[in-house]
Design a protein around this ligand. Structure first.
Ligand SMILES: Nc1nc2c(c(=O)[nH]1)N[C@H]1C(S)=C(S)[C@@H](COP(=O)(O)O)O[C@H]1N2
Ligand SMILES: [Mo]
Length: 311
């Protein structure tokens, strides 16, 4: 089904060196984390081309990205997703319903979706509201490629992302921390921005279950929680959709959630971060950049907005 390495270009030639090394560690880490005996260890390689906007920073070791996760459907501890998702989440068959205010509503099989546009390597920073950050080589294509094909109508102003909520596969749903399903949203222009990635893999392989298999979004200039995992529906709507964390705690989590070091979370400062793997658990923290370092690309989306109020 999935294609292996492209014949003409070697990964080592197109990928920052640190990322290439991290890729080689990926299979080893996948094997170490495979929990149930007989669980699929080898992950499928994805054929990619280098994408624009990649940071040249060193990629976070994949075993950390795969084991220190937020995916509340599998529990609230950072280790819960890697403990439960690989053996509980079934990622095939899988469909994603794309509907709402569009001319061509459609339900895609995930393998069909994956072939909609050429896959790219995008090395992005991810910044979690809890203060940690990571550098991850994601594999996907701009969400705009999908948006163009379904043709939003004039009344489409926002995009809602709805993720799987199946109590049979997701033990975390027993806890009412979130009004399940986990849902997120973007303004249409944010969804169309070339940085917004519909993501199928990381480190050159298909996504591990705990990182949002089989398909998630990655929005690198916003806090990690905007990047919804294990999508089942993408809906175009007229009004700003309610989002999971905003519903749970509107004083702490706004709709925009742009990384903004000037705007403190009510319970902590957001001025600094700790890079997973590189900085060590108790090392000095590094300054957080406005829009997570992507200001040059995205600041113009927010001209005229007060980002302290619309956080
Ligand atoms: N469905 C779903 N998506 C989710 C979450 C979640 O709990 N459920 N957590 C979010 C948060 S808070 C973060 S920081 C990122 C973490 O992605 P990663 O574990 O792949 O690094 O996923 C986001 N997407
Ligand atoms: Mo997060």
């Amino acid at each position: 089904m999935l294609i292996t390495a492209s014949p003409d270009v070697k990964a080592s030639e197109i990928t920052p060196r640190g990322v290439y090394e991290a890729r080689r560690q990926f299979l080893k880490a996948a094997a170490a984390l495979a929990f149930a005996p007989g669980a699929a260890v080898a992950r499928q390689a994805l054929s990619t081309k280098p994408g624009p906007y990649s940071t040249m920073e060193k990629a976070t070791p994949p075993d950390l990205v795969m084991s220190y996760c937020n995916f509340y459907e599998f529990g609230t501890d950072k280790e819960d997703p890697s403990r439960y998702a690989p053996k509980m989440l079934r990622t095939r068959p899988w469909t994603v319903q794309v509907d709402g205010a569009v001319k061509n509503p459609r339900t895609f099989g995930v393998d069909e979706l994956l072939k909609l546009a050429p896959l790219e390597d995008r090395v992005y920073r991810l910044r979690c509201v809890e203060g940690w950050s990571a550098v991850v080589p994601w594999v996907g294509f701009p969400l705009a490629e999908l948006v163009k094909r379904v043709e939003p109508t004039g009344s489409a102003k926002f995009v809602e992302f709805v993720t799987l909520a199946d109590p049979k596969q997701m033990p975390g749903l027993r806890a009412p921390v979130i009004d399940w399903p986990y849902a997120e949203g973007l303004r249409l222009d944010e969804a169309m921005h070339p940085l917004t990635l519909l993501t199928f893999g990381m480190y050159g392989e298909i996504l591990p279950e705990q990182n949002g298999a089989p398909v998630r979004v990655v929005v690198p200039w916003k806090y990690g929680f905007k990047s919804a995992k294990s999508l089942v529906r993408i809906r175009f709507v007229e009004r700003q959709p309610a989002t999971a964390w905003q519903k749970a705690n509107p004083d702490e989590y706004g709709f925009y959630s742009n990384v903004n070091p000037e705007r403190d979370h009510p319970r902590w400062s957001q001025k600094t971060e700790r890079r997973l793997g590189t900085d060590g658990l108790f090392a000095r923290r590094r300054p957080t950049l406005m829009f997570n370092g992507y200001a040059e690309q995205v600041a113009s989306l927010y001209t005229g907005m007060d980002l302290m109020k619309q956080f």
